[in-house]
Ligand binder design. Structure first.
Ligand code: NAD
Ligand code: IPM
Ligand code: MN
Length: 369
């Protein structure tokens, strides 16, 4: 078996801090003979702007295209806010999604037993929650044309973005949601605003037609995005798989993170379409950002980054046992009462990024005896 080619892109702020802890888990997998990796690391975001003058270089895109999987940290920070819009650090992740064709962003929100009372919602509302949000990631208002800021004849300005979806874009992401639902509880909730947006109406009609034609075994429902936000807070367990647009998925997944206790817990996988040989591009990243408010303080929760590595093993390499091992190690650490400061749970000890990484490593060693 050839070595697995991994590209690590730590980025900015807490990105490098949490990536170091995931890197230790990668080294552990290699050391214990579970997998052999060819590791490469490169700059993205503000870190790349500082060295190369732009948020991502063509060389990094090429390395990402060649890699079997990319593990991404986070990008952005106030020190790059004066960059022109096209040169913002955030362009790095958008360009990776676009150039690698990563249209399906899987954002699971499982509630760990030990964190049931860390959510601001009541324990009985979130206990046992196991939600999966499938966010479309290469279309919608993030990429639609026309866009820009223009100056009008009277000197005032006009900012424009356009929500666009084509039927092939909707079908391919809906298919991912239906296929996931088949291996889960068999339910898909398609979320849009078909009541006010034509692109939302097309979304609803297209998902309904696909469901009827190819997934009659899946229970498909539709919901407006505003109601979905409310329903996520009211009764999140009604959902199995949610499939939605780029922007709504961004908002709803940050909301869902607080059902699980903290934004610092949620990983994600962003997948492209498989080619003829079954190979597909894939990038894994926490859903959180670079957290400038705590960057450099050693306080960041590394678990979302470590759980993103677990998703990488599962989705890119079919290494389900090893993915499960990492998830069990995280569950074990949480069960032992360790918490980083982002997890609001009275009566638990607050530890830093490195100590949390140490605890995961110890738990991994314990699990494999
Ligand atoms: P953020 O996710 O960085 O932070 C939101 C809040 O959550 C902050 O209070 C932060 O301290 C906390 N937080 C986030 N991750 C944490 C972790 N692992 N451990 C502990 N606390 C954590 O969102 P923001 O503040 O709106 O954005 C900051 C920057 O990050 C911006 O430049 C934004 O564009 C960028 N961003 C990047 C990504 C990405 O790279 N994929 C994602 C989201 C935001
Ligand atoms: C995310 C982030 C990104 C997004 C930004 C940084 C471009 O918020 O990955 O959730 O909006 O997709
Ligand atoms: Mn986001």
């Amino acid at each position: 078996i050839p070595n697995k080619k991994l590209l690590l892109l730590p980025g900015d702020g807490i990105g490098p801090e949490v990536m170091v802890e995931a890197h230790r888990v990668i080294d552990w997998l290699a050391r214990t003979g579970r997998a052999r990796f060819d590791l490469a690391e490169d700059l993205v975001g503000g870190a790349s702007i500082d060295v190369h003058g732009k948020p991502i270089t063509e060389r990094v895109i090429e390395r990402a295209l060649e890699a079997d999987a990319v593990l991404f940290g986070a990008v952005g920070g106030p020190q790059w806010d004066s960059q022109g819009f096209a040169n913002r650090p955030e362009i790095a992740i958008l360009e990776l999604r676009r150039r690698l064709g990563l249209f399906a962003n899987l954002r699971p929100a499982p509630v760990f037993d030990a964190l049931v009372d860390a959510s601001p919602l009541k324990p009985e509302i979130v206990r046992g929650l196991n939600l999966m949000i499938v966010r479309e990631a290469t279309g919608g208002i993030y990429f639609g044309e026309p866009r820009g800021i223009e100056t009008l004849p009277d000197g005032s300005k006009r900012g424009v973005n356009t929500e666009v979806y084509t039927t092939p874009e909707i079908v391919r992401v809906a298919r991912v949601a239906f296929e996931l639902a088949r291996k889960r509880a068999g339910r898909v909730m398609s979320v849009e605003k078909a009541n006010v947006m034509e692109s939302g109406l097309l979304w609803r009609q297209t998902v309904a037609a696909l469901g009827k034609a190819e997934y009659p075994d899946i229970e498909l429902s539709h919901m407006y995005a505003d109601n979905c936000a409310m329903q996520l807070a009211k009764n999140p367990r009604q959902f199995d798989v949610i499939v939605t647009s780029n922007l709504f998925g961004d908002l709803l997944s940050d909301l869902a993170s607080m059902l699980t206790g903290s934004l610092g817990m949620l990983p994600s996988a962003t997948l492209g379409a498989p080619d003829a040989s079954g190979r597909r591009h894939a990038l894994y990243e926490p859903i959180h950002g670079s957290a400038p408010d705590i960057a450099g303080k050693g306080q960041a929760n590394p678990l979302a980054q470590i759980l993103s590595l677990a998703m990488l093993l599962r989705y890119s390499f079919d290494m389900h046992e090893d993915g499960a091992l990492i998830e069990q190690a995280v569950a074990g650490v949480l069960a032992s009462g360790m918490r980083t400061a982002d997890i609001l749970q009275p009566g638990t000890a607050k530890i830093g990024t490195r100590t949390m990484g140490d605890a995961v490593m110890r738990e991994l060693d314990k699990l494999v005896g």
